[in-house]
Design a binder for this molecule. Structure first.
Ligand code: DAH
Length: 351
């Protein structure tokens, strides 16, 4: 039996030499260490040998079994490390290779300025009202109290598009003011007898069929404002807009209001801010006047209130309109408005 055990061991170890995969190894384990393997048979035969021989043979059988188990474990380790080695070789990665930079996008300067303006008015309780870019003559002009022969209605000032009729053509809005009528009508429709107060700003793109110069573009943004309610006064207009200017320019700038004219407001005023560069002393930004004009405004004309569904006997309101490109030009000292919509990254990436 001793020889038999030695042979079992020798055969198994020799077979192990040709095991190359995890599958082979498992098959080897079943065959040489499994329940019906030769070593296990040897244990069963122990009962039929003599008492004297039994302890020595039992010990030998145990040794053979342990030796095979040890050889199995060693082989297992060798196979594992060979597999790791192979995958390291196959998927070699050079961590010193420089990365490819991903170009970072950014918000357009006017998106940034518009968001600043919106945030400031939001703090003062104004909501954003989005109005359409394509308008009818009725909303863009008539309901805003433009007289029929007003020069702004001439063909060369507007981009007309298809549709509409002879006396109500369709055009790209020339200002954000027509949104005032849409907004008032929407608010008033909810409760025509007692329309709710309005406190909104209307940001958006406007279009004019004009000569493009350093100071005027055929497309530009505007931010319109409208507050309608009971007891709204010119003092509210001045307070709101002066506070806006201080927050926008982040300086304690003074403001002044000059009488002006717009068909949709009465009285009308243009607001100047004290030059935030020289604080009024005179410099190239303010062309040595000490003041910068930044917006048009006024008390909403009774006809416009009525067209929006608000009784001018009971309600009053103020409105204003500003050009955010002009605000950006002043804040960042940009000299030419044509940079804004030309899409030149050398300009855009500076903001
Ligand atoms: N709509 C005017 C323009 O485009 C700007 C403006 C002036 C708007 C006075 C207003 C306002 O609401 O009250 O030039």
């Amino acid at each position: 039996m001793k020889d038999q055990l030695e042979q079992i061991k020798a055969l198994a170890l020799e077979a192990l030499n040709s095991v190359e995969s995890a599958g082979d190894l498992e098959a080897w384990r079943t065959k040489h260490l499994g329940r019906s393997s030769a070593v296990m048979d040897a244990f069963k035969q122990l009962g039929s040998i003599s008492k004297e021989e039994r302890p020595a043979m039992g010990q030998l059988a145990n040794e053979v079994k342990s030796a095979l188990e040890a050889a199995l474990a060693e082989r297992q380790t060798a196979l594992d490390s060979a597999r790791v080695q192979a995958s390291l070789q196959g998927e070699r990665l050079d961590v010193t290779l420089p990365g490819r930079p991903i170009p970072r996008g950014r918000l357009h300067i006017q998106t940034q300025t518009m968001r600043r303006i919106q945030a400031i008015f939001a703090e003062m309780g104004f909501q954003v009202y989005r109005s359409r870019d394509v308008e009818t003559d009725e909303y863009n002009f008539q309901l805003l109290n433009f007289p029929p022969n007003h020069p702004a209605r001439e063909m060369q000032d507007s981009f007309y598009v298809e549709g509409g009729s002879e006396d109500n053509p369709v055009l790209l809005r020339t200002h954000t003011s027509p949104g005032q009528i849409h907004a008032m009508r929407e608010y008033a429709a909810e409760n025509p007898e007692n329309p709710a107060p309005v406190r909104i700003i209307l940001p958006g793109m406007c279009y004019r069929f004009e000569q493009i110069t350093a100071r005027s573009e055929i497309q530009f943004t505007q931010v319109e404002g409208l507050a309608v309610g009971e007891n709204i006064t010119f003092g509210d207009l001045k307070g709101t807009l002066s506070e806006f200017a201080r927050r926008f320019f982040e300086a304690e700038v003074r403001t002044r209001f000059r009488a002006s004219h717009f068909p949709f407001t009465e009285p009308s005023a243009e607001m100047d801010v004290e030059c935030f560069v020289c604080m009024g002393a005179g410099c190239s930004v303010c062309k040595h006047s000490g003041w910068l004009e930044i917006l048009g405004s006024g008390m909403v004309h009774p006809n416009v209130l009525r067209n929006g569904g608000y009784d001018p006997e009971r309600y009053s309101g103020f409105a204003f309109g500003m050009g955010p490109e002009r605000l950006s030009m002043l804040r960042y000292r940009i000299e030419d408005i044509r940079y804004f919509w030309r899409n030149d990254v050398r300009f855009l990436e500076q903001f």
